[in-house]
Design a protein around this ligand. Structure first.
Ligand code: ATP
Length: 428
């Protein structure tokens, strides 16, 4: 079903997923803060990616490089000169826009627009106590850079055979001209990227392989596959380093926009860093004894956009018990809470004690179990449905007699009696 952004933003705030950044001070454009359920959701989505891209593969190695890097790295990679968007200013109201995102006149006041100029999106900062040119550094605008500068370190330490990849997840920063659409376009974002190093002649084969991996992840995380579309980015519109790029676009509530990118970066980065640093970044093929500069296939995933596409895919409204209810149809792997345990009544000490036992028993095996005794059972179900909790477990008077509980399924609302011993198997 299609959902509006208003509904998603409101649910995320109301249920503790995502809050506007610095809200009590009037906010800070392009930043969002992740609340208790948002953090769990984000961790699950990130962990699933790491498991599929790194842990389940023998040919991809993990990395966690510093966000701050020697500014020469960003000069060599072309970001200092070219990581920019076209900026226009309205002559009347002075508001600023991305020239490629608006028409001929100002969308706010109808005023005339000035000349477009290139605006570099890297956040500049100074390292140390002095503020001269030599102390300039940048917050990384993408995680890929840290991977290329560590290429030689990984090769020397692990001696991987081509083809192989290096993966990294982390924050990146872009001084976007017009942050918008909730967590779609933010200034502080998180990326999950693999640089996959291949023999130059084999790039097409691995480009196609990684395209399939992207779809496998989309499926596993729970993004609606029918809403994902490929766009082969034409000549002239690709990033400066790319010879072929596919954008995976998603039908967001505000339109079809880029979710992920898959780029063939050739040997652009390794060659540029080798030239600028005077360090040999070639690879000695142990089979042919040939020295080559590997070419690179880069699948690039935005974690924030993953969550937004996931929320839009999971959002449901239906009728239950004569009332409209909202729920998030998360799969077990990503749901921030796997099951919530309730005592039927919170003023009956023996029920509460038994429910606490069931809760602690489950929590030992499955950490993302919640305790909920707030309000009546109906309210608790509604709350857990909106959080996307697949199961609710209610401890009632019968539990005290036969050690069974009711297990409620989020999607159907159906309840069944299940023995406490079988609960972990059903939930986990
Ligand atoms: P766009 O054209 O939407 O600005 P981009 O082509 O600049 O995106 P890439 O440089 O390819 O994006 O970045 C890789 C991925 O990082 C994107 O596919 C997206 O998922 C994510 N991403 C990029 N910029 C942002 C942002 N400002 N906020 C949230 N995610 C982002």
């Amino acid at each position: 079903m299609s959902v509006t952004m208003e509904k998603l933003v409101s649910l995320c705030k109301r249920r503790g997923f995502i809050f506007p950044g610095s809200e009590i001070y009037g906010g800070l454009s392009g930043t969002w803060d992740w609340g208790p359920y948002g953090v769990e959701l984000k961790n699950n989505v990130r962990d699933l990616w790491w498991r599929m891209m790194v842990r389940e593969r023998a040919d991809v190695f993990g990395l966690d490089a510093a966000i701050l890097m020697n500014s020469r790295a960003w000069e060599a990679s072309g970001h200092v000169a070219g990581f920019s968007d076209p900026l226009v200013e309205c002559k009347k109201c002075k508001r600023r826009f991305r020239a490629d995102q608006i028409g001929e006149s100002c969308p706010e006041c109808g005023g005339a627009l000035g000349e477009a100029r290139q605006f570099n999106m890297m956040f500049k900062t100074n390292i140390g106590a002095s503020e001269d040119a030599a102390s300039i550094s940048y917050l990384r605008p993408e995680t890929a850079g840290g991977i290329f500068v560590n290429f030689k370190n990984v090769v020397d330490a692990l001696h991987p055979k081509l083809p192989f990849g290096i993966a990294q997840i982390g924050k990146a920063f872009r001084n976007e001209i017009a942050p918008r659409d909730f967590i779609f376009r933010v200034r502080e974002l998180e990326q999950m990227e693999v640089e996959y190093f291949v023999r130059p002649s084999e790039w097409k084969k691995y480009f196609d392989e990684w395209k399939n991996v992207v779809y496998r992840y989309i499926d596993a995380v729970g993004i609606e596959k029918g809403s994902v579309h490929e766009l082969d980015v034409p000549d002239g519109e690709r990033a400066h380093y790319s010879k072929r790029t596919i954008d995976f676009e998603f039908d967001f509530p505000f339109g079809r926009k880029e979710l992920y990118g898959l780029a063939y970066r050739t040997d652009f980065d390794l060659s540029a860093h080798a030239a600028a640093s005077s360090v040999d970044l070639s690879y000695l093929d142990p089979e042919t004894n040939e020295k080559i500069v590997p070419h690179v296939i880069e699948p690039s995933f935005g974690l924030d956009r993953t969550i937004l596409a996931l929320l839009a895919s999971a959002y449901r409204e239906d009728e239950m018990g004569g009332e409209t209810r909202t729920y998030l149809k998360f799969n077990k792997a990503v749901a921030p809470v796997k099951a919530a345990v309730f005592p039927l009544l919170k003023n009956k000490p023996d029920l509460v004690a038994k429910a606490r036992d069931v809760y602690s028993g489950l929590k030992r095996d499955i950490p993302q179990i919640a305790w909920d005794d707030n309000g009546n059972i109906g309210k608790r179900y509604r709350r857990q449905d909106e959080i996307g909790t697949p199961h609710c477990v209610t401890v009632d008077f019968q539990t005290l007699e036969d050690d069974t509980v009711t297990l409620r399924d989020r999607d159907s609302g159906q309840q069944e009696r299940v023995s406490v011993d079988d609960l972990a198997g059903r939930i986990g």
